[in-house]
Design a protein around this ligand. Structure first.
Ligand code: RAT
Ligand code: ZN
Length: 443
């Protein structure tokens, strides 16, 4: 599938592994033989294992214009927009008032023509073009665009899901989003490959404004978070969960999040969100550590991050063993604590390498940490794709890093006298790429 490197330990001499059937049978053998053979097996199995992508910002094609695809959409991805501004003094407003095509050209020229596309997000565009059979070596944006203009969106989506070997795609669905709501209120012919997840950031981060909307929707909530209001919010969550067929409910939280507490966020979680999750038997997903609008002029590209206090998570897991928590953290510093907490609380399931941690080096570090402390009881990755095409590179790159991490663990097992079979590698790959999530969600 997507090309990757497979011979990273070439030429290193290491002691023979117990039980090794190395040709020649000497005390030493070239590790490269074993590594590349095992690495190839692991990579082949990972490539052949369909992924359940548990969190993206993609839409089922029946959401028409909300479903983003194509080269210009890839280029104006917010990860790239913030990088492009590092090479330009152009006023932000001028960029935002330009057409989509002009914005895409600004990014292309700044990041692919005038500088080398070394970053993860830039490389992603190239991996995607390459896997689609396109050749960007001429730096010819016009002809690349022409190829995309000739695609049918439905067929293109099928092709991308096929190349990325993604079986199901988790959407991010907000009842507070005026662009999305009308689709749910009409008749939708849903694509079964796309599943819904109820996103509730405005409810938890913008009370009382969110309360006003819920009240306008007829749920009889007031601004005071008394029991009548909390019941109304709970009914609102229940109705939306049924309407969209959501599998879990999700929020992103700032670094300062605390629980328990007297803030509207903490009170709403205790009085409405957790009871709702218990009613429906669904997990509550928390993405911890985002600082919204650090630079508002960059709009969606202007969010930052900070270190979260995971005491809040520890308190939640301990106080509510009957609730289940799906958690990812944005800060590198939180990763170790998250994994240790997951060892203490079986109602906690770490997932993905989110946003600023979705780079080769950090995926490698985080995944190794998780494998070494949790085995396969976590979900290795989610793509967070916003443009369908991105599934190709996000999963292509992550599979290669996961292959490296898994191979290293299997090698360590081998030196302890345990040799994994292909069936066992397949079982592990299935757990890490969606099976452990389904088990945790009981769905
Ligand atoms: O990764 C992203 O695209 C971010 O902008 C966020 O949307 C983040 O993933 C989130 O879900 O809040
Ligand atoms: Zn996201």
């Amino acid at each position: 599938m997507v090309p990757g490197s497979h011979a990273e330990t070439a030429g290193i001499r290491v002691p023979d592994f117990p039980g090794s059937s190395s040709p020649g049978g000497g005390r030493y053998r070239l590790r490269v033989h074993y590594d590349s053979e095992l690495r190839n097996r692991v990579d082949r199995i990972l490539d052949a294992t369909p992924v359940e992508d548990i969190h993206t910002h993609l839409y089922d094609p029946s959401f028409r214009s909300l479903m983003l695809w194509g080269l210009d959409e890839q280029l104006v991805y917010h990860y790239l927009v913030s990088e492009a501004f590092r090479h330009s003094d152009q006023p932000y407003d001028r960029f935002w008032s330009a057409s989509r095509a002009e914005q895409a050209e600004f990014v292309w020229n700044g990041l692919f023509v005038e500088h080398s596309p070394l970053s993860e997000a830039c490389r992603g565009v190239l991996t995607t073009l390459h896997a689609l059979g396109l050749d960007p070596r001429q730096r010819d944006l016009r002809s690349l665009r022409q190829w995309f203009a000739n695609q049918d969106p439905g067929q293109f989506t099928d092709r991308v899901l096929g190349i990325a070997n993604v079986a199901t795609v988790g959407m991010t669905n907000s009842p507070f989003d005026p662009a999305e709501r009308p689709y749910w209120e009409g008749a939708l012919a849903r694509d079964p490959r796309f599943f819904a997840a109820l996103r509730i950031d405005p409810l938890l981060m913008s009370w009382p404004e969110a309360g006003l909307q819920i009240s306008n929707d007829g749920y009889g909530v007031r601004l005071d978070l008394d029991s009548g209001t909390l019941d109304g919010v709970r009914r609102f969550l229940g109705d939306w969960t049924r309407r969209i067929g959501s599998r879990y409910c999700m929020v992103s939280l700032p670094p300062g999040f605390q629980w328990p507490g007297n803030t509207p966020t903490a009170q709403l979680i205790t009085g409405a969100v957790l009871p709702h999750c218990r009613d429906t038997g669904q997990p509550f997903a928390m993405m911890m550590g985002v600082k919204r609008a650090v630079n508002p002029s960059l709009r969606l590209a202007g969010d930052g991050m900070g270190r979260s206090d995971l005491t809040a998570l520890e308190n939640l897991c301990a106080a509510h063993p009957e609730n289940r928590f799906l958690v990812t953290c944005l800060s590198r510093e939180c990763q170790h604590e998250l994994v240790v907490l997951a060892r203490k609380f079986r109602n906690l399931h770490p997932f993905g390498c989110w946003w600023f941690t979705n780079t080769d080096q950090l995926i490698s570090e985080i995944t190794t940490l998780r494998l070494e402390l949790l085995g396969t009881s976590f979900t290795a990755q989610h793509s967070d794709s916003r443009v369908v095409d991105q599934l190709i590179y996000k999963w292509g790159h992550s599979r290669r890093v996961l292959g490296r991490c898994l191979t290293a663990r299997y090698e360590a097992l081998r030196s302890s006298g345990w040799v994994v079979s292909d069936d066992e590698i397949r079982r592990d790959a299935e757990e890490l790429l969606g099976g452990a999530f389904r088990g945790f969600c009981r769905s």
